[in-house]
Design a protein around this ligand. Structure first.
Ligand code: GUN
Length: 293
């Protein structure tokens, strides 16, 4: 069994980006600049956005954080999106989700210029990804593909089950794994809460991508010998074993599943650490006009 070390790969990629930014600066090019919009004070969102801003500094990007209280109007937020679209110093930006109930997330996402949509949430980027065209791919699916690539895990012709059909993870990763590419070329089954014979489908799969958000759902009996297991779940549960009073649990019962696997991602230390570097990679692509020349 080989552990997929998200921490190491994320650090490698951050170093690669930092080198490239350094080189861009010596060539007199503009410093890549990411903006993040945060509405309200949701604890998880605060943590994620702080991590994104901090990572920008580590690779030499400029970053701007724009904050609003949770009573901000939809019109005000849409105006901010419009201003960011037109700000030539900003290469890419994100609006952290979830937004308060009185604001339409879809309206806000669709107001973002696809050329600056480094989250890859805009329908233009999702549509381009489905068509196999250059696109900003959202952070978690892009991070999973990067891990598979860097560990040279074969995917062509393999059976792959994706458990969970969210717009942010399940749907896009199922498309990426089945597209004509490397990694890709897998035969993908997308499972969800209405799937019959879920255990059997998982047990017959060469690659298991668990993104359903149910801690410890995948047990050893559901995994075939030699499978590749990618655990996307990160659920915070109370724990008296840690100083913080919380621990993170994946969707896979790691201790019993790991011995059966050829490769497995741990939680924490796997896919989760790749998401911020995926956002940084997208921001660099935006600054270099790689996706939309
Ligand atoms: N909320 C949870 N994950 C994400 C993400 O990747 N991007 C944004 N904008 N909001 C999120």
């Amino acid at each position: 069994m080989q552990l997929i070390d998200g921490k190491k790969i994320a650090a490698d990629i951050r170093a690669e980006i930092a080198r490239e930014v350094e080189e861009m600066k010596t060539r007199g090019l503009k410093t890549p600049h990411l903006a993040a919009v945060l509405v309200g004070h949701d604890g998880a969102s605060e943590t994620y956005v702080a991590g994104k801003v901090k990572s920008c500094g580590e690779v030499g990007f400029k970053s701007t954080l724009i904050r609003y209280e949770d009573d901000v109007t939809e019109a005000r937020l849409l105006q901010t999106v419009h201003d960011l679209n037109n700000d030539t110093d900003i290469d890419g930006f994100i609006v952290q989700l979830p937004l308060p109930a009185h604001i339409s997330e879809q309206k806000v996402i669709e107001a973002i210029d696809p050329r600056k949509d480094v989250d890859g949430f805009h329908p233009v980027n999702l549509g381009r990804m489905v068509l196999g065209l250059p696109a900003f791919v959202s952070a978690t699916p892009a991070g999973i593909i990067e891990l598979i690539k860097r560990y040279n895990i074969p995917t062509s012709g393999k059976s792959c089950v994706v458990v969970g059909r969210s717009n942010i993870v399940g749907k896009p990763i199922s498309i990426l794994m089945s597209q004509k590419a490397d990694p890709g070329d897998a035969t993908v089954t997308l499972c969800h809460s209405r799937t019959r014979n879920l255990d059997e489908i998982i047990r017959s799969s060469d690659i298991i991508i668990a993104a359903l958000g149910k801690p410890q759902f995948i047990t050893a009996g559901m995994v075939k010998e030699g499978a590749v297991v990618i655990d996307v779940g990160i659920t915070r549960v109370k724990s008296d074993q840690t100083k913080s009073g919380f621990k993170l649990l994946g969707d896979v019962k790691f201790d019993e599943v790991a011995p059966k696997c050829s490769y497995i991602t741990p939680v924490p230390g796997g896919v989760g650490l790749m998401t911020v570097v995926s956002l940084l990679k997208n921001t660099l692509k935006a600054a270099k006009r790689e996706i939309f020349p």
